[in-house]
Design a protein around this ligand. Structure first.
Ligand code: CO
Length: 159
């Protein structure tokens, strides 16, 4: 495995709408592994492919709950419920945190690392992280949608 460079805010790739993944193969699985290693090494809880310079619809997430590492290919949020405001950070926007309004609970359809269709319902930090990462696939950063921004505030989770 290898650590990948994390692209920082200002890079055009972070503003692009990412392309769907066509085929889940060993090359994609290797990219997932490298993204997960990069995320863990940076002490993050989520990482989207555009953040490592690849404009494809792939994200990895691990918020430290019972789900463990999640690898979501072509994820689509199919249901949103409730509303919650909490602090977010992002590996592409170092030392900046902000309060972002998100759905409290989401259901997401995706394809896993073996090409199987999966469905997941999540609340709390995982729901927040899924929404943050899927925003990356639309070229949206949390600083674009935050209600307020703080610099060098205490961290909640870097996504
Ligand atoms: Co982020």
């Amino acid at each position: 495995m290898a650590l990948l460079d994390i692209v920082k805010a200002g890079a055009p790739v972070l503003k692009q709408v990412a392309e769907p993944v066509g085929k889940v193969d060993s090359k994609l699985r290797k990219l997932m592994d490298n993204m997960a290693e990069t995320m863990y090494s940076a002490d993050g809880v989520g990482l989207a492919a555009p953040q490592i310079g690849q404009s494809i619809r792939l994200v990895v997430i691990d918020v430290g709950d019972e789900n463990g590492l999640l690898e979501l290919v072509n994820p689509v949020i199919v249901r949103k419920e409730g509303c919650a405001v909490d602090q977010e950070g992002c590996l592409s926007v170092p030392d900046v945190y902000g309060d972002v309004e998100r759905a409290e609970k989401v259901s997401v359809d995706y394809i896993n690392r073996w090409g199987k269709k999966k469905h997941l319902t999540a609340g709390g930090l995982l729901a927040r992280c899924i929404q943050h990462e899927l925003d990356h696939l639309e070229g949206v950063l949390f600083i674009d949608v935050a209600k307020s921004i703080k610099h060098n505030a205490a961290k909640n989770g870097k996504e």
